[in-house]
Design a protein around this ligand. Structure first.
Ligand code: HEM
Length: 402
């Protein structure tokens, strides 16, 4: 069944594809969107794959160098850049990089952001005061996480605009249906981003500030092993991982409320439901649909024989809709008593920014519910054409403002 799926079919309804795959087998082999490998869609199996060290990120270690894809001189620096990111490394390098960022990216630092996030959200909405028609992505959801993550990193306000292009380029670079032509097309943008961070890091070496980049430099100065390429890669990873995904969380949550008026009414009447709206959005319409791992050793999972060197597409969205773990999984219901989701993954790569993403989502919804009255969707929004990331191009709606 997998080989008949086109990117358009997938983007329109990935859940029906994940559901039929799971009904067939929670671990299914086939040709999926031009790659041959395992599609894992059962909750138990997805969690297993995310936690088991035999599912690895650095697939190139499994093959002789001469059998690996070759990249042009233009693309190679961008490949090197991603290879320096913790997201694409396994232990022990992964552990080393992650521990260093953990030191600078503490829960205390996130909590300190609360008033700043509230101010940013209020400021963005004040700009919409008195208008009737709005576009949520452009006017609000895109800007909030960019302002937050650039503040956290210590990027000057006047440079924020540069980041849209770099972030889009990175998403294109790591998505599942990316071609060599796409890689060529976005490599220059990633080179620019890398150059930008190199310069900023050298400025902070001379004049440290209360920001994450200065924190990383401090960690390096304390004798921890983080070289400059890894520092640049980490900055870019935090920028993109902390941005595209959170834009989609905020937009998807508001869209789901607009299209489920009875649920909107519930949360309008009882604001303590806001965290549940965020969690149910994460479960039902997750910003990251899938991730992948390479299989490092032959093994059996769910009765299937997985072989060393094969790739596994791990569907977080499929796991969230597994009826063995969540009742009526295809219903959006903010009053679920207990439920599970894997939208921030699990195991060693569990999302480092999950507390920040949740905080931003909650503050965003609080502010949107306070500011807009009687919101009405103006048109059915279009999904962006990414495979791994789930978000709208734009969300047009009409609402009075308070
Ligand atoms: C709703 C928003 C977000 C979602 C759904 C999300 C989802 C994810 C997922 C699924 C992974 C694991 C990918 C894999 O195992 O292959 C991940 C990793 C990561 N996320 Fe997030 N993320 C979000 C927001 C953020 C934010 C706000 C930040 C930081 C500011 C962040 C930073 C990271 C980092 C650094 C990693 C790599 C962790 C590692 O490899 O150990 N994310 N995220």
């Amino acid at each position: 069944m997998l080989n008949t799926i086109t990117p358009d079919l997938f983007i329109n309804n990935p859940y029906s594809i994940f559901n039929s795959a799971r009904e067939n087998s929670p671990v299914l082999f086939g040709n999926f969107l031009n790659s041959t490998g395992w599609l894992i869609t059962g909750y138990k199996e997805v969690e297993f794959a995310l936690k088991d060290p035999r599912f690895i990120k650095e697939g190139r270690k499994l093959f002789p160098p001469e059998s690996l894809a070759t990249f042009s001189d233009k693309v190679m620096p961008a490949i090197e850049l991603t290879r320096n990111m913790m997201l694409f490394r396994d232990a022990p390098d992964h552990t080393r990089l992650r521990n260093l960022v953990n030191k600078a990216f503490t829960p205390k630092m996130v909590e300190r952001m609360r008033p700043a996030i509230e101010d940013i959200a209020s400021y963005l909405l004040e700009n919409r005061h008195g208008y009737l028609q709005h576009e949520l992505v452009r006017d609000f959801s895109y800007l909030l996480p960019v302002f937050v993550i650039t503040d956290l990193l210590g990027v000057p306000k006047e440079d924020r605009e540069l980041f849209r292009k770099w972030s889009d380029a990175f998403i294109k670079f790591i998505d599942f249906n990316t071609t060599m032509d796409d890689l060529e097309a976005v490599s220059d943008d990633l080179g620019e981003a890398s150059h930008y961070f190199r310069e900023l890091i050298s400025k902070r070496r001379v004049a440290p500030q209360e920001d994450l980049i200065s924190g990383l430099i401090q960690a390096e100065a304390n004798g921890d092993n983080l070289n400059e390429s890894e520092m640049i890669a980490t900055c870019l990873l935090l920028l993109v991982a902390g941005h595209e995904t959170t834009v989609n969380l905020i937009t998807n949550a508001y869209y789901l409320l607009l299209t489920h008026p009875e649920q909107l009414k519930l949360v309008q009447e009882d604001r303590s439901l806001i965290p549940s709206v965020i969690e149910e959005t994460l479960r039902y319409e997750p910003p990251v649909l899938m991730t992948s791992r390479w299989i490092a050793e032959d093994m059996e999972v769910a009765g299937q024989q997985l072989k060393k060197g094969q790739i596994a597409f791990i569907s977080l969205a499929g796991a969230n809709r597994d009826p063995l773990f969540n009742e009526n999984p295809d219903t959006f219901d903010i009053q679920r008593k207990s439920f599970k989701h894997l939208s921030f993954a699990s195991g060693p790569h569990f999302c480092l920014g999950a507390p920040l993403a949740r905080l931003e989502g909650i503050i965003a919804l609080e502010k949107l519910l306070d500011f807009f009255t009687n919101p009405r969707l103006l048109e059915t929004p279009k999904w962006r054409k990414n495979i791994a990331f789930r978000g709208f191009e734009a969300l047009h709606f009409e609402a009075e403002t308070r």
